[in-house]
Design a protein around this ligand. Structure first.
Ligand SMILES: CC(C)(COP(=O)(O)OP(=O)(O)OC[C@H]1O[C@@H](n2cnc3c(N)ncnc32)[C@H](O)[C@@H]1OP(=O)(O)O)[C@@H](O)C(=O)NCCC(=O)NCCS
Length: 165
């Protein structure tokens, strides 16, 4: 389980964007999360069963970036990382990945795994390394994303988390 207390809502004021909030998603956020994922062509069909922990970034009340963590023991699948098309390139994706890493560390997760078709270089920038799909932890390979939703052509990447990271 993630320690939600470490993910308590944080607010700050940004000169450029107004009120920005980063927090763990609530049920009421799911419709907006699904909409962002669908717009980006990312899978949603397994979300009810896999129940990932989502982190959302809101600007002036609108969810503009999302990322999910699906734990499997000491590893977790990073999934559903998306920034609204009109807000890309402003550092929001980086913020979401940083928050997912903090949440993972708080939950004593030491390895993050992901599959990506289009954002390999973005995740490489964030310290993820390409691995063979078969080298991912067995439990993660059993996830719906690995088994059915992401094509064989997707790149598998891993990041080992350290206390100091
Ligand atoms: C991938 C995605 C989340 C990046 O979000 P973003 O907010 O545009 O990225 P950021 O502005 O935070 O960029 C952070 C860094 O990554 C780089 N970067 C961003 N997108 C990149 C890409 N597609 N390829 C290579 N580098 C990229 C930026 O130049 C920036 O570099 P810096 O740290 O040196 O300044 C966003 O493009 C997106 O939603 N894509 C569609 C959905 C998707 O493919 N998600 C991944 C599935 S798991």
């Amino acid at each position: 389980m993630l320690r939600t207390d470490l993910l308590c809502a944080r607010r700050c004021l940004s000169r450029e964007t107004g009120v920005v909030e980063i927090r763990e998603a609530a049920n009421a956020d799911l419709a907006a999360i699904y909409a962002l994922l669908e717009q980006a062509g990312l899978p949603t069909s397994d979300i009810p069963a896999s129940n990932p922990r989502f982190i959302v970034l809101r600007e002036d009340g609108n969810i503009v970036a999302v990322g999910g963590l699906q734990p499997f023991g000491s590893a977790a699948l990073v999934r559903s990382v998306v920034v609204a098309a009109n807000r890309r390139g402003a550092g929001l994706g980086r913020v979401i990945v940083d928050e997912l890493e903090k949440a993972a560390c708080a939950a004593r997760i030491d390895r993050l795994i992901l599959l990506t078709e289009r954002a390999r270089d973005f995740f490489a920038h964030r310290g993820f390394q390409v691995i063979e799909r078969g080298d991912a932890p067995q439990e993660v390979q059993g996830s719906e994303e690995f088994r059915a939703l992401c094509p064989d052509s997707a790149t598998c990447m891993m990041k080992v988390l350290t206390e100091s990271a």
